[in-house]
Ligand binder design. Sequence first.
Ligand code: ADP
Ligand code: MG
Length: 371
Amino acid sequence: MNSMLKKTILVLGIETSCDDTSIAIIRGEVGATDRRPTILAAQSFSQETLLRKWGGVVPEIAARNHTLKLTPLLEQCFQDSALKPAQIDLIGVTTHPGLLGPLLTGLNHAKTLALFFEKPILPVNHLYAHLEAIHLTNPISYPYLGLLVSGGHSLFTLVTSAQEFSILGSTLDDAAGEAFDKAGKLMGLGYPAGRIIDQLAKEGDPHKYKFPIGLQRSADTMMSFSGVKTSMRSFLEKNPSFIHTRAEKAQDESFSQEIKDLSASYQHAIVSALTLKTKYALKKAAAMGHANIPIVLGGGVACNSYLRKELQRLFPSVYCVEPQFCTDNGAMIANYALRTASLKVDFPGCLKMDARGRFVDKAYGRKSDRQ
Ligand code: ADP
Ligand code: MG
């Protein structure tokens, strides 16, 4: 049986889909799509430093770290908000897509709380939550064109309500974040490299080196970022002096102008592909009857200052998710649970919920989302 929720509710959000353990408690009104919820507490732990020595995410290790961090972060959130778990009305938890082990740790915590306090759970699609995080700061109306760019995904989606997402195009291979991270690794910049390349590029010349713009000649919404990464690999094979070595780092934290130019040129190719394909995605949305709609930029790569600037320069109505809500965070999960609260699964049925793993939406047309 689906119990009724009151109008103003407290939502706990749990995010563990990859390498960020993140919890938030928000208060908001059910059905008030035009009003911002209030964040009462938010706590995160990023495994970036721990995972750096492996050069990327190791799912087993990430899952174990989530298990260690979830309880202290939850306790801290309840302490910060002066709330008790029994007062929570709804638990939102990322169930897909993501790494299966990490997803299961978050879901099991959600189920444990649901079992103890007889609470409903809302299974959250992490990708939708990234885009809908715009409502944490800007209460914009539907429809909008969502451009989601993260470490695992790059896609365009036409969003007509908090529950209706039509995928208009996606990457055929690597995600934009992956292209930043893998090139950064080859350049010796460490993991994850998106933020570092963004910083270095600020003082570099984006036209110094030429990198390919993925699928530039195909007038559609498909993207590809593996070519640009391969091109960086060949460049570094021919010019090994550009690789930032550990020894240099120890002596000198200031990077050479060549590395700044290389970063700016590489970033320019990725951003140019994204802005070019945004043009086609808007055309596709218009052909579906949704002309002149705003663009919402979300996901970890949405932190990229050049991408934000270029989209705002080229298109009339662009809303970027605030950087603090771009990388994986509990507030966006709680926010999405609030916005779709009617889909909650009541106790005890919610204890049967499963986590559904990562391989969705990557190659548009081959596999579909499972929400
Ligand atoms: P996922 O959900 O796929 O794990 P996130 O949404 O947490 O990914 O985003 C992480 C990705 O965002 C990483 O690939 C990281 O390099 C990238 N990223 C973060 N900040 C920036 C930035 N300023 N410029 C480019 N990429 C960035
Ligand atoms: Mg993410």
